[in-house]
Design a protein around this ligand. Structure first.
Ligand code: SAH
Length: 222
């Protein structure tokens, strides 16, 4: 649970600043009130370096070191909204933990989150951050997430926050029947597109959504 006393701080991080961000997301088309509420109550400035804290409530991606970024709030909101649209998943796998912002949003909306990151130094920082925010229903693993997290599968929802050129087979396999995968697909630089893949009794059904720009899904761990 994130409480108001954890968020309070300098002017930039005030309730009003966060409300402004949520208004902007609603204007851009985010409809799910649960998602907007959670974004309103999540201190994004605690997920970036202090030097960038004053920009944390702008609707932009920001660098988090190791050549990676914290996703743009609109994209986090949009992917979360798509993941929850048909039914709220119970257990969710995230590939690409990064600073843990998307994990923190999910952890307040679903029962359990399993998140995999290939850069150990990033993950160590994120584990500490989640502990201090008391978000205890997120479990992390240092691994190449293109293999998913098999021992915890199946998942009702899978969200991938780095772009592969093709959907990894392992993720399709680890999706529970009735489950949903939200994933950006495409080469970096070229048009990546957000795909939503449902595992239905008739098989996997894919629908394409807006163009996006993610860091690439990279093989191997460091
Ligand atoms: N979910 C983050 C987005 C982080 S950016 C947020 O909320 O802001 C994408 C992350 O995916 C980076 O940290 C990158 O290291 C990680 N990544 C890239 N390829 C990966 C792979 N094969 N397995 C696990 N993580 C990967």
């Amino acid at each position: 649970m994130i409480t108001e006393s954890m968020i309070r701080g300098i002017g930039m991080t005030s309730q009003r600043t966060r409300e402004r961000l949520v208004r902007r997301l609603a204007e851009k088309g985010i409809r799910d009130k649960r998602v907007l509420d959670v974004i309103k109550n999540t201190p994004r400035h605690l997920f970036v370096d202090e030097a960038l804290a004053s920009r944390a409530y702008e609707d932009t991606a920001l660098p988090i070191g190791h050549g990676q970024t914290i996703s743009q709030p609109y994209i986090v909101a949009r992917m979360t909204e798509l993941l929850l649209a048909e039914k709220t998943p119970d257990r969710v796998l995230e590939v690409g933990t990064g600073c843990g912002y998307q994990s923190a949003i999910l952890s307040q909306l679903v029962n359990e989150v399993f998140s995999v990151e290939r850069i150990d130094l990033l993950l160590q920082q994120t584990r500490r951050r989640m502990r201090s925010l008391k978000l205890s229903n997120v479990r992390f693993k240092h691994s190449d997430g293109s293999w998913g997290w098999e021992s915890k599968a199946p998942y009702d929802g899978i969200i991938v926050t780095a772009a592969p050129s093709e959907v990894p087979e392992a993720l399709l396999k680890q999706l529970a029947p009735g489950g949903r995968l939200v994933i950006p697909v495409g080469q970096q630089g070229d048009a990546q597109q957000l795909a939503v893949i449902d595992r239905t009794p008739e098989g996997y059904v894919q629908e394409m959504f807006e163009s996006v720009s993610f860091v690439p899904l990279v093989n191997g761990e460091v």
